[in-house]
Write a protein that binds this ligand. Sequence first.
Ligand code: CP
Length: 315
Amino acid sequence: QKHLLGIEPLHPDEITALLDVADRYVDLSRQPNKHSDALKGLTQINMFFENSTRTQSSFELAGKRLGADVMNMAMQASSIKKGETLIDTALTLNAMHPDLLVVRHPHSGAVDLLAQKVNCAVLNAGDGRHEHPTQALLDALTIRRAKGRLHRLNIAICGDIAHSRVARSNLMLLGKMENRVRLVGPPTLVPQQFREFGCEIYDDMAEGLKDVDVVMMLRLQKERMDGGFIPSEREYFYRYGLDADKLAHAKPDAIVMHPGPMNRGVEIDGTIADDINRSVIQEQVEMGVAVRMAAMDLLARNLRTDREANKGVMV
Ligand code: CP
């Protein structure tokens, strides 16, 4: 692949290969010396048009651990604020010869559009409700390490599916790897068209969590509910927030996941989130750095191969 724009175009073998590389970067990241030269001499620019804690910091750390020159664009202070278009900003940065461009944007499809205009590798760090591929890959690595496999698992994705790029990317990835995925949440937040991904839909947590291996909770994404129905947080927690009673319906060794940022007492009880016997939320953060190292390493290898093949060719 030239870019990482989504899970949709990836073959299961490519997913497995990326996770294998990421496993090695988990080991490296646990060493006193965490550095490699995989991206030495390359320039990585991070452009985040939406807020981020985990994704932006882990992409920055990943690039630095691999020896890249990393620049974080301060989008609030950029010329976008003066009316410059996304494409003009991208072309301006492209003229500075970056090798890797990491982009988060509030509009679905914006990152794909940008990738068509630049001649470097583009990584989607989340675009609107569309995709968040590195989140799904880090979730996959977390599951594979916790469960010892990434196939034939029963996985429940719970909460605000309608507004979630995390849910879409996970649905595609987990489906490609032959898992059974259930969506659980209020009908207003779990559109029936998601059945096209081959999943079952439940509006009752007890039924939806019955005997699952993995419980993946999602945040209510109020910032995307423009004018639509917003449930009361108290009622939402009562019916759909993960607490010990609801989790008791899952398998006794089921793991609990959350991509963050997490709203304690809304979609998840704080004691469940902090229960080190069930929750793998901190492991997800650790896997995030390793998966982003792997994704950039593999894209950089392809970039170097392409450039070598095109040496001396006028384009
Ligand atoms: N999971 C995730 O994308 O978190 P951030 O918004 O903090 O990057």
